[in-house]
Design a protein around this ligand. Structure first.
Ligand code: ZN
Length: 401
C-alpha cells in the first residue's frame, strides 16, 4: 500500500490523521488474515506550501514539521509505516522519471520548467470523472502548450532556499511526480493499493496515474480514498477550541478515545468532529474497559467470524465495533481491540500510591464501622478520579469514566 503522506509545513490536523489511522489498521487486518502487507507513507518535504510558509528557511520548517508528524502519529500507538520515503531523498528517481517522460513525448521543457502533456494521455480524467476537455488550469503559465498541462519540474525562484540540479537547470520537482517516483522506488512499477484522502483524487492522483501509466507502469490496482473530517464551527468542538491539531486532540481526549472515534465512521464516508462525537467515543472506550472488570462470558462459536465478515466487507469498522460491543468474552475482545491498537483497554490502569493509600484508609474506616469517614474518603477518591469497588479479598481500584 502506498498512502500519500503529509506535506510538512505545520502540525498535522486531526483530519490528516485519518489516512494514517485507517491504513495502519488495514495493514494489521491484512496481516491478521494472512496477507503480507507493506505500508508505505511518504513525506512531501519539497512543496509550494512549505516555501510559502517559510520563505528562505523551508528546509528547516520541513525538518521540524516532519518531527512533529512522527511524534504525534507515534502517540496514536499504531506503530510506524513500514517505509517512509522522503521526496528530498528521491531526487535521482524523480529526475529519471521526468527524463523518461520527456524522451517518450509525454512531457516538454519550457524555460527551466517541465510540463506533462495532458493531451497525449487519453485516460486522463478517468479516476476523478473529470472530462478532459473541461479540466481546469492547474498551474498557470503562458508558455504552456495547453492550460491543462501540469508541472513535473519547476525552475528555482529567488525566494526558494532549496534546489537540485537537473537536465533542465536548477529547480525542484512538482508534488505529483514525487509520489509517482516514490511509489515505484518502494513498491515497484505495480502494486495493490494506493490510498489517500478524498481531496487528493484530483488533481494529485489523476496526475500520478498519467505520469506512471503513460510510460508503461501498471501502477496501483485499487484506489482507496478516505472521507474527510467535517469540523463544523468552533462551538462544535469547544474542548479543543480552534486548535484542531492531532497533538491537541490527543492531549485533550487521549489516544484511546481518538482511535475509537475514527472506528465509528466508515473510512470512505465523511465523519463529524465534535465534542459530542468525542464524548460518545470516550464512553464507548469506557464500555470496553468495563467488560474486563466483569466476569468473562464465552462468546458463541461464530462471534469472531461475524467480526471478520464486517472488516472483510469493505473494511466496515462501524459494523465491526458494533459486534465487539456485544462481547463479554475477554480473550476475543482483547484480540479484536488489538487489531485497532486498543489492547490497552483490556489493561487496568495501575492506581498511584496516593490513591491506594486513600483506599486503604477507607477500608480501615469501614472495618471500624466509621461510615462517615469511609464516605468522606470515597468522595476524596472520586475527586481524584478513582473508585474502589468491592471485590473478592477486599476492593479493586477502577478509573472513573
Ligand atoms: Zn501523493
Amino acid at each position: 500500500m502506498y498512502v500519500c503522506g503529509p506535506t510538512v509545513y505545520q502540525r498535522a490536523h486531526i483530519g490528516n490523521a485519518r489516512p494514517f489511522v485507517v491504513f495502519s489498521w488495514l495493514r494489521n487486518w491484512l496481516r491478521e488474515t494472512g496477507y503480507e502487507a507493506t505500508f508505505v507513507h511518504n513525506v512531501t518535504d519539497v512543496n509550494d506550501k512549505i516555501y510559502d510558509a517559510a520563505p528562505g528557511r523551508s528546509a528547516q520548517l520541513a525538518r521540524d514539521a516532519t518531527n512533529w508528524y512522527l511524534e504525534d502519529t507515534a502517540d496514536l500507538g499504531l506503530g510506524t509505516p513500514d517505509e517512509m520515503p522522503f521526496a528530498t531523498d528521491s531526487m535521482p528517481e524523480i529526475v529519471a522519471l521526468i527524463e523518461e517522460l520527456v524522451a517518450a513525448g509525454y512531457a516538454y521543457p519550457v524555460d527551466g520548467d517541465v510540463y506533462f502533456r495532458v493531451a497525449r494521455f487519453p485516460e486522463y480524467g478517468k479516476l476523478s470523472g473529470q472530462r478532459p476537455d473541461r479540466v481546469e488550469e492547474q498551474e498557470p503559465n503562458p508558455l504552456k502548450e495547453d492550460p491543462r498541462d501540469f508541472a513535473l519540474w519547476k525552475a528555482n525562484k529567488p525566494e526558494e532556499d532549496t534546489w537540485w540540479d537537473s537536465p533542465w537547470g536548477r529547480g525542484r520537482p512538482g508534488w505529483h511526480i514525487e509520489c509517482s517516483a516514490m511509489a515505484e522506488k518502494t513498491l515497484g512499477p505495480e502494486f495493490w493499493i494506493h490510498g489517500g484522502g478524498l481531496d487528493l483524487v484530483f488533481p494529485h492522483h489523476e496526475n500520478e496515474i498519467a505520469q506512471s501509466r503513460s510510460v508503461g507502469r501498471p501502477f496501483a490496482r485499487i484506489w482507496m480514498h478516505n472521507g474527510m473530517l467535517e469540523l463544523g464551527g468552533d462551538e462544535m468542538h469547544k474542548s479543543v477550541g480552534n486548535d484542531v491539531s492531532l497533538r491537541n486532540v490527543l492531549d485533550t481526549w487521549g489516544r484511546e478515545a481518538t482511535l475509537v472515534y475514527f472506528l465509528t465512521g466508515h473510512w470512505h464516508g465523511p465523519i463529524d468532529f465534535s465534542d459530542t462525537a468525542m464524548q460518545a467515543a470516550s464512553a464507548r472506550a469506557d464500555g470496553f474497559r468495563e467488560v474486563f472488570r466483569n466476569p468473562h462470558v464465552a462468546a458463541p462459536a461464530d462471534a469472531w467470524n461475524r467480526f471478520a465478515a464486517a472488516l472483510d466487507d469493505d473494511f466496515n469498522t462501524p459494523a465491526a465495533i458494533a459486534v465487539m460491543h456485544e462481547w463479554r468474552d475477554h480473550a476475543l475482545l482483547r484480540r479484536a481491540l488489538g487489531v485497532f491498537g486498543l489492547e490497552s483497554l483490556a489493561e487496568e490502569e495501575e492506581a498511584p500510591a496516593a490513591v491506594v493509600e486513600l483506599a486503604e484508609r477507607r477500608q480501615a474506616a469501614r472495618a471500624a464501622r466509621d461510615f462517615d469517614e469511609a464516605d468522606r474518603l470515597r468522595e476524596e477518591l472520586e475527586a481524584a478520579g478513582w473508585e474502589a469497588r468491592d471485590a473478592p479479598g477486599g476492593y479493586r481500584l477502577v478509573r472513573r469514566p
